[in-house]
Design a protein around this ligand. Structure first.
Ligand SMILES: *Cc1c(COP(=O)(O)O)cnc(C)c1O
Length: 356
């Protein structure tokens, strides 16, 4: 892994914050230049939070089975994606491989970090193009090292916006083919019945799995994302992140959310029932051409006129995502599964849609 790192990161002497220097309990903390008084009247808001999010990670271990020693918490998974670029990709030189259509953030963070994007598009049925991937990697081997190389490969499973998850043996095959860091984004894992790539970590030390509390765990507002990775990779991610990247209130919200596991699972069951109901109802509407199968909490729906229907719904106060400009997604809307009432409003509005 070390040879994949940017030199400045491999040689980094990390910032050492007060909360890192001293671990344990004390009576008097005069080490961090904090104000001794808490004005907002909540416990400890005058104090810096735990930089390592230890309680949250302990809860993630207990509730989700993500091993404590293998997790790093980010300010949303978005922060972790950005940090992976900053750890591994030399700006203006190295590449990241992206399989379009997929989560837009990968490309945006690549652009921000001046990292080139290598495209290995999904096939029209949204499956991984293994021939294309092998050809891409083969081609790259032929070019010289001075030309930079692919350091990161992003697979989103279940994929946003297409909704399909990839079987674990396909994820494993990608890990075997690619000699850089394979990032498997499992933001929608909870809604699928596929096996998690976390089970591959012991055999593939260059694998990073991303999870988030933003979707199934109902905490999008708290900004808590999780990297599950080999301990050496975790160490690097910790060395270069903002020292206090996850605020105390967010850590507390994460803890509060994770003890609600039973409630979350109940809501998940309802979401899955609703997904089934909406998936069955949509194809009966004249404006719907196709509903793609989904392992996530949204449906990709091909309609006859995506732009017109998007605006029609918006004008009725119903906002969906127009994905019709994405590869293989002509005339497609991405529709989140909401509450039963919200889904009914969507279905009624679509059934009243008259083509113009
Ligand atoms: C929503 C989403 C995330 C979550 O990002 P956070 O920053 O954790 O809120 C990550 N990946 C994908 C593919 C998503 O759709």
């Amino acid at each position: 892994m070390r040879e994949l790192l940017r030199k400045n990161i491999a040689n980094l002497v990390p910032y050492s914050c007060a909360r890192n220097d001293f671990e344990g309990e004390a009576d008097v903390y005069l080490d961090a230049n904090e104000n001794w008084r808490d004005f907002v009247g909540e416990q400890g808001r005058n104090r810096y939070p735990d930089p390592l999010c230890k309680q949250v990670r302990k809860a993630l271990d207990e509730v989700l089975g993500l091993p404590f020693a293998n997790t790093v918490i980010g300010n949303g998974s978005d922060e972790i994606i950005d940090n992976l670029f900053r750890c591994f990709c030399n700006p203006g030189l190295d590449k990241a491989i992206i399989m379009s259509p997929t989560y837009g953030a990968y490309r945006v963070f690549a652009d921000i970090n001046d990292v080139l994007v290598g495209q290995v598009p999904l096939k029209a049925d949204f499956s991984i193009d293994f021939d294309g991937l092998e050809a891409f990697l083969q081609q790259e081997k032929k070019s010289g090292v001075d030309e930079g190389r692919s350091k990161l490969l992003f697979i989103c499973s279940p994929n946003n916006p297409t909704g399909n998850a990839y079987p674990i043996d396909q994820i494993e095959r990608v890990c075997s083919l690619f000699d850089g860091i394979t990032v498997v984004d499992e933001a929608y894992f909870d809604f699928s019945s596929t096996e998690s790539a976390v089970s591959l970590l012991s055999r593939f030390p260059r694998l990073v799995v991303l999870r988030t509390l933003s979707k199934c765990w109902s905490l999008a507002n708290a900004r808590v994302g999780i990297a599950v990775a080999n301990e050496a990779v975790c160490k690097v991610l910790i060395s270069m992140k903002y020292p206090y990247n996850v605020g105390g209130p967010s850590q507390e919200l994460a803890l509060k959310g994770l003890v609600q596991a039973d409630g979350v699972r109940e809501a998940l069951a309802t979401t899955l029932e609703e997904r089934k109901r909406v998936e069955a109802a949509l194809p009966l509407l004249p404006c719907v051409v196709k509903v793609f199968p989904s392992d996530a909490n949204f449906l990709l729906v091909r309609v006859d006129q995506a732009d017109a229907i998007y605006h029609y719904l918006a004008q009725k106060g119903i906002i969906v995502r127009n994905r019709s400009r994405e590869l293989h997604c002509e005339n497609c809307l991405r529709i989140t599964i909401g509450s039963r009432e919200e889904n009914d409003k969507l279905l009624v509005a679509l059934s009243q849609y008259k083509e113009i």
